[in-house]
Design a protein around this ligand. Structure first.
Ligand code: HEC
Ligand code: HEC
Ligand code: HEC
Length: 222
């Protein structure tokens, strides 16, 4: 085998193992039959996106959650979520904890700086309303709930230009793991029917009518 074929067969082996790792199965809720789920076939966008998988059960131990590396010893020293999350306010999705409420109720005190326990977060209380052309309620992006956990630089300027409506955001981008989807569906609450209204929280004005498309407005046959 020369260097080139060696390199090719090595990358093929890597590819195959990646597919093997992505292949999961779950028992169909109705029939109990094990169905294979090829995540790579669903979308290569992001295999961590919980929207693409059906969870086997709630809050699996770290070594079984498909996120932490079971081969790594440190994974086994992590607390089981069912113990760690005891006493925290619950939600009906994601990892079933309402993290914003937990912080608001003082049940958690995340350390803002690794070495300085007294460092305080820089919280920005600024809501950004994103009117949505579709008939769903408009989106309110709240800075407060985000800056209680995150630095400005976690989002600005790599994910969002810090200027109202300077960013193009769509549901498809979010579901592909971009924009809000960089975090939502991975480290923060996922996109599913139960969570639409967390983002789409501002009812449309009473006199709202669907905007007409360019094609309708400029229709030469009208
Ligand atoms: C979780 C992501 C996120 C974090 C963290 C974040 N922002 Fe933003 N920021 C946004 C989004 C989304 C917008 C709206 C952009 C748009 O409408 O196109 C925005 C808009 C802004 C704007 C524009 C406001 C306007 O009226 O034009 C400023 C200024 C801003 N952010 C400052 C900050 C500062 C300062 C921090 C840290 C204290 C911060 N942001 C943290 C996501 C974030
Ligand atoms: C993490 C926040 C978030 C969640 C959860 C969410 N959306 Fe969105 N949605 C957005 C943002 C942001 C936009 C873009 C708004 C804009 O035009 O600026 C959007 C846009 C839309 C649009 C307009 C068309 C498009 O693709 O841009 C529709 C329809 C929509 N969402 C439906 C839903 C439904 C249904 C759910 C629940 C299954 C949902 N959304 C959950 C944030 C979210
Ligand atoms: C850098 C990561 C990150 C990005 C990007 C991000 N979020 Fe979040 N978001 C979080 C975290 C972390 C929380 C708090 C934990 C949770 O609620 O899951 C949160 C909470 C929220 C909440 C608060 C829910 C409540 O209970 O009050 C809303 C609403 C929200 N996000 C909407 C959005 C929208 C809309 C976008 C895109 C415009 C977005 N987020 C982008 C990380 C992010």
């Amino acid at each position: 085998m020369n260097h080139k074929t060696k390199a090719i067969s090595f990358s093929l082996a890597m590819l195959m193992s990646a597919f093997a790792w992505n292949a999961q199965s779950y028992a169909d809720e109705v029939t109990g039959v094990e169905l294979p789920v090829m995540l790579a076939e669903v979308s290569p966008a992001n295999i961590f996106n919980v929207n693409l998988k059906k969870p086997k059960s709630r809050n699996l131990p770290p070594a079984e959650d498909g996120i932490h590396d079971p081969e790594n010893e440190a994974t086994h020293s992590l607390q089981h979520p069912l113990d760690a999350y005891k006493g925290l306010p619950t939600s009906e999705y994601g990892n079933y904890v309402d993290w914003v409420k937990a912080l608001d109720e003082g049940k958690l005190r995340p350390r803002w700086d690794r070495s300085d326990p007294n460092e305080e977060p820089f919280v920005l209380d600024l809501d950004i309303v994103r009117p949505v052309k579709a008939s769903v309620p408009d989106v309110v992006f709240p800075h407060r709930q985000h800056t209680e956990w995150l630095y400005c630089s976690n989002c600005h300027p790599a994910i969002f230009i810090p200027q109202k409506n300077a960013n193009q955001i769509s549901m498809s981008a979010i579901l592909l793991g971009e924009k809000c989807g960089v975090c939502h569906g991975k480290v923060s609450f996922p996109i599913e029917t139960k969570t639409c209204r967390k983002c789409h929280s501002k009812p449309k004005p009473a006199d709202w009518t669907p905007p007409l498309s360019e094609a309708t407005l400029k229709n030469p046959w009208k």
